[in-house]
Design a protein around this ligand. Structure first.
Ligand SMILES: [Zn+2]
Ligand SMILES: [Zn+2]
Length: 142
């Protein structure tokens, strides 16, 4: 068994699956339970906000993320960046900043109205298109 430093108290211990030693395991479990409750209440919080709300060390949250115990929408940690321009994102799930979110919405509305106009020519294209498909079509037009 690999000897490893406990993530909570720093003591060396025989690491099995948990990153904390057996003495710290109880406290770790309790902290994780608090985190789970906070995340269940509000899945859009980032790691820092979760730690604050749950009143646990941010490292507990990060450990849970490392262990794959938290859903992907919060794995971004404290700095959620817009996937389009790199500005701070307002939505962890969409990874977009306010400006890009508005831009994207405007594009979708524009694309949707364009598609409506073309509906007569191509009757198969209708409301069932997803946002992704609409953007895909728009890209091809260019
Ligand atoms: Zn420990
Ligand atoms: Zn942006």
């Amino acid at each position: 068994m690999p000897l490893s430093a406990c993530a909570r108290c720093g003591k060396m211990f025989n690491k099995k699956s948990s990153p904390v030693c057996s003495i710290c395991q109880k406290a770790e479990d309790e902290d994780m339970e608090k985190v789970r409750k906070v995340v269940a209440d509000d899945p859009n919080l980032n790691a820092e906000e979760i730690a604050e709300k749950a009143q646990v060390d941010i490292r507990v949250v990060n450990r849970m993320i490392d262990l794959g115990m938290l859903v992907s929408s919060i794995e971004l940690g404290e700095n959620i960046k817009c996937g389009m321009c790199g500005a701070p994102a307002i939505s962890a799930t969409k990874k977009l900043c306010q400006a890009c979110l508005e831009k994207l919405n405007a594009e979708v509305i524009k694309a949707q109205s364009q598609i409506k106009l073309e509906e007569r020519k191509a009757p198969k294209i209708g409301e069932s298109l997803t946002t992704h498909e609409i953007l895909e079509m728009k890209r091809k037009e260019k």
